[in-house]
Design a binder for this molecule. Sequence first.
Ligand code: CO8
Length: 320
Amino acid sequence: MMTHYSFGVSGNLVKFPYREIYYHTLLLEPFLQVPDIQIMASSILRRFLPRKTTWMYGQRMMSSTIDVSVDEQTGIALMRMKRKPVNSLNLEFLQDIRNTIVTLEQNKKCKGLILTSDVPKIFSAGIDILEMYQPNEERLNSFWRALQDMWLQLYMTPLATIAAINGHSPAGGCLISISCDYRIMAPNYTIGLNETLLGIVAPFWFKDAMCNTVGHREAEIALALGKLYSTEEALQKGLVDEVVTSEQIMEAAQKKMLEYVKIPNMARAMSKQLMRQETADKLRSTQDSDVQNFVNFCLQDKVQQSLGFYLEQLKKRKSK
Ligand code: CO8
């Protein structure tokens, strides 16, 4: 279904392809720069658009879980994840992240994307464990497919990508980070693929992305022990590239991104493709069986017990 929203006469057509929403912004543009009017426009639009819809005006895109802005002068987009309380990755959030990347790729002015979190002290807690615990089988299928699709989009995007890791980043949070071209992390947080601590196993493409980042031997140790590295250890092992304070992290990310976007776009994107194609193709050629393996694995009683136990531990830790 195609929905049309038109504000005023024909102007800049802002296209948001995956939801197929089109509207005109030229006349509204000057007004939309004023914060109060942005808030007003936001509440009006929210009334008319379906609840979960991601929408954009001018160079801002918003959904209930993500804020994105694009600086047209530098070509740098900033994506802030804001799915409270811990940016855990459920089906809809994964779709939102992927769709945002697709939209940014179609924006000719956008060359680079900085990913960060709007949730204090947490970059992302990884997969929403509630998607795996006592699941509905059909949704579990869609969920895993959405994770694969998000990962493929992020890992292979022609945009330059930087993770500004301003909080803890376990499991799926680590996957998002290592799928970016460059990682900057703030001190006193942890990052790693800790799946084994939950009694589950990181799939081969998590493992491949980790090997590509820290090398085979370190990845082997990390995966077996479900190792969560401190920021300092992560820097030492090459899991992150740079450490700066939380206050400096956005400035550092912008500075590094300017280096990336200065490189001729096509050459940079193709060299990334060259490095990553093989890893991505490995998943692309086995997506269906990977979904099936995941679903079968999750539905095992033992795995359900482990997940239930882990969730309990999380709650207990909180009540201490
Ligand atoms: N999923 C769902 N809920 C979560 C998750 C999560 N990943 N993490 C935390 N929560 C919930 C907590 O249970 C708590 O809920 P409630 O308020 O209802 O009690 C709420 O979020 C807040 O959590 P905390 O109180 O623990 O918040 P803190 O700020 O103290 O700590 C942390 C934040 C450090 C992120 C901490 O919550 C934590 O360690 N979370 C667990 C992270 C984790 O282990 N994630 C792994 C997920 S698995 C994954 O991503 C890859 C799976 C690969 C698939 C394998 C194939 C089989």
